[in-house]
Design a binder for this molecule. Structure first.
Ligand code: SF4
Length: 386
């Protein structure tokens, strides 16, 4: 354990993503279309027993040894030996177990801006971890080499919550981020780490697709400082066909986060000709303003060919810039662009005077004029600043 932790820690501190250096196999091609697969559990690989596994939460036992997982809207009903659609939870002998608790597949110390959070601890660092698995099947997934795998299909390192928090403190990061794959599916592990992290003075950040049921979300939120939702598109059809998920549960998640007081930022990846139309962008901006408020940061990021959409060209830069203009026209105060070099959309401006308040180049903060969250013109800028 000590050697494994030392390896991961050393890897993190020199700035290399640990999962990049692990040998790993390619994920199998799905046998079904994303839409057809949306309600089907992942292929079963019966585990001989539950020895060493952590019992999952948010499930009920059914007749005949079945279990019903209620952690996310996939709502899997699993017979003995079956694995959930997320590839992270398995029915073993009539109980549901997490297959990924304590099994870290990715670890890195990142700038918080890389998550991206632009209103959380500017210029600070996040000790970032992920496991394997995901409850969506996005055709453009950037981390498919871990998100679409079962835990035994790649190298993972066993780290207890205590190990993770100790390593984060040693790295001098100010926060722990749950990221890379979908944190919802390692819910129990995330919750245990988050409680321990808060007790040790660290901030906690979740980077999520938002596909989670409200009850487990409400239990998690008091232990989370900031939540970033990767909102895929305002079109329900895009969700069905491109992600195999559903849009409305994610709109509900964003409302629940906002009501809780946990800081929320939204990212919308604009995929070429799929969700980057002006009307769709305008509808999203209107929904955010009416349902969440005008001061929730909204980031539009540029798609690059990836995974099963590698046939598409990168999003034209002018469409990303236009999306930002549309959201500003609709009354949102903090609208950003991502994956565009040296863009005005990297900067935070005061809504009062339009003056730059925090200037960035990519993930790096070049100038920060905020004092206790107040801009030089006296305007309070919402966020977590210390
Ligand atoms: S968390 Fe996994 S097992 Fe549970 S409902 Fe969602 S996809 Fe199914």
């Amino acid at each position: 354990m000590k050697r494994a932790l030392a390896f991961l820690f050393a890897t993190a501190t020199v700035g290399l993503a640990a999962w990049m250096v692990f040998p790993r196999s390619r994920p199998p091609e799905p046998a079904q279309s994303p839409a057809a697969a949306s309600s089907a559990p992942a292929a079963a690989k019966p585990s001989p027993d539950a020895k060493g596994l952590h019992e999952a939460r948010w499930y009920t036992s059914l007749a005949d040894g079945e279990v019903h997982c209620q952690l996310c809207p996939n709502s899997c009903r699993l017979s003995d030996g079956q694995i959930g659609r997320c590839r992270a939870r398995q029915n073993i002998g009539g109980k549901l177990y997490s297959l990924v608790y304590g099994k870290v597949a990715a670890l890195h110390v990142d700038p918080i801006e890389k998550k991206p959070f632009f209103h959380v601890l500017p210029g600070k660092r996040a000790f970032s971890i992920g496991t394997t698995g995901c409850n969506l099947r996005c055709l453009f997934c950037q981390n498919w080499e871990i998100s679409q795998l079962l835990p035994w299909e790649t190298a993972t390192t066993p780290l207890s919550p205590e190990d993770v928090v100790a390593a984060a403190l040693r790295s001098r990061a100010e926060a722990i981020a749950f990221t890379y794959n979908e944190p919802t599916i390692f819910y129990e592990y995330m919750l245990d780490i988050a409680k321990l992290a808060k007790a040790n003075g660290l901030k906690t950040l979740v980077i999520s697709c938002g596909f989670i049921e409200p009850e487990p979300l409400r239990e998690l939120l008091p232990h989370i400082d900031a939540y970033k939702v990767d909102f895929k598109a305002f079109s329900p059809e895009f969700y069905t066909h491109i992600t195999s998920g559903q849009r409305d549960p994610i709109l509900r998640t964003m409302k629940t986060i906002r009501e809780s007081g946990t800081w929320l930022e939204i990212v919308n990846l604009l995929v070429t000709d799929q969700n980057d139309g002006e009307e769709e962008v305008r509808n999203l901006a209107r929904w955010v303003k009416e349902n969440l408020g005008d001061d929730v940061p909204l980031h539009f990021t540029r798609f690059h060919p990836m995974h099963k959409l590698s046939n598409l060209p990168a999003t034209p830069i002018e469409r990303v810039i236009r999306a930002r203009q549309i959201a500003i026209e609709e009354g949102l105060k903090y609208v950003y662009t991502g994956n565009i070099p040296a863009s005005p959309g990297d900067t935070t401006y005061s809504p009062k005077t339009g003056q730059p308040v925090i200037e960035r180049r990519g993930y790096f903060v070049m100038r920060n004029t905020l004092v206790n969250g107040i801009a030089p013109d006296g305007e309070p800028i919402p966020g977590i600043w210390e």
